[in-house]
Design a protein around this ligand. Structure first.
Ligand SMILES: [Zn+2]
Length: 277
């Protein structure tokens, strides 16, 4: 499933390629995505200019110059590809939508499982949209800080990993990034949330930001004229400190412990019993 860093990478890719360009042509092959597409989609979109491309949680927001914003979610298996029109076209199975833009690019929305969606919303009501109105803070925003986390864990007897993965606390910290951040912050994933000290909260917030930023940076470097998110872990994968490394030695040279795997909320969690407290 594409996680926040992958979605951010794709957002940046779309921005780089298509900002200020006109959408000349829209081809819709399937409308029955997770949410059915607006029957007047083509009519509302053809001839508009792309004014702004941004991201909120795992939603890609493409703001057009006619007070319409497209809300794109990649679901479980969604991908976006951008190609030059005059190149030999790569054919992808499960392409449900294509945009052709004024700079001779083609954007494709590909989604084998069709859990993704492309919705239309009035830009001036964007943050009243049911998908966007109740979202928690962005992990990379200043709002997500030590004091915010301290407040969120008060009285919480659940484990800290579930808290940072809770979309009502902070958006976009998926399973992998939660394990990686907790390792970096030297906190065990199954620690009772409210037992974290102020110092530990500070470390954890900083670690989450660092891990996500690093992953976005690695993803961003692979974007050329062809951008793609494929739901595989891609770029960041080679750098995992704990995720998927159970039984292997901890990366800290002096540690000599092996990484352990436990289940928390039906998700695999990886940690070092010695480095993490
Ligand atoms: Zn260790």
């Amino acid at each position: 499933m594409p996680e926040l860093p992958e979605v951010e990478t794709v957002t940046q890719g779309i921005r780089t390629e298509l900002i200020n360009k006109k959408i000349k042509q829209v081809l819709v092959y399937r409308r029955d995505l997770r949410f059915s597409m607006d029957p007047k989609f083509e009519k509302k979109v053809i001839g508009t200019k792309i004014n702004k491309v941004s991201r909120r949680a795992k939603y890609i927001l493409i703001q057009l110059d006619n007070n319409i914003t497209l809300i794109i979610h990649l679901g479980m298996s969604g991908r976006i590809a951008i190609e030059n029109l005059n190149n030999n076209e790569r054919i992808f199975k499960h392409t449900h939508l294509e945009f052709i833009t004024s700079n001779k690019k083609k954007l494709k929305f590909i989604d084998p499982r069709r859990f993704g969606s492309i919705l239309i919303c009035q830009t001036n009501n964007l943050y009243k949209h049911k998908l966007l109105k109740n979202l928690a803070p962005e992990p990379l925003s200043p709002e997500f800080c030590k004091n915010y986390l301290l407040n969120s864990i008060k009285f919480r007897k659940t484990n800290i990993k579930s808290i940072i993965m809770n979309q009502l606390v902070v958006v976009g910290v998926g399973n992998i990034y939660a394990s990686e951040s907790l390792y970096k912050a030297k906190i065990k994933p199954n620690r009772i949330a409210k037992s974290l000290t102020s110092k530990e909260c500070d470390r954890l917030v900083k670690s989450i930001k660092k891990v996500l930023k690093r992953s976005i940076k690695l993803g961003g470097s692979s974007i050329n004229d062809y951008s793609l998110v494929d739901g595989n872990l891609g770029f960041f994968q080679r750098e995992f400190e704990v995720y998927g490394r159970d039984g292997k030695f901890c990366r800290k040279k002096t540690c000599k412990s092996r990484i352990l795997r436990i289940m928390i909320g039906q998700r695999s969690s990886f940690y070092c019993n010695k480095c993490q407290k």
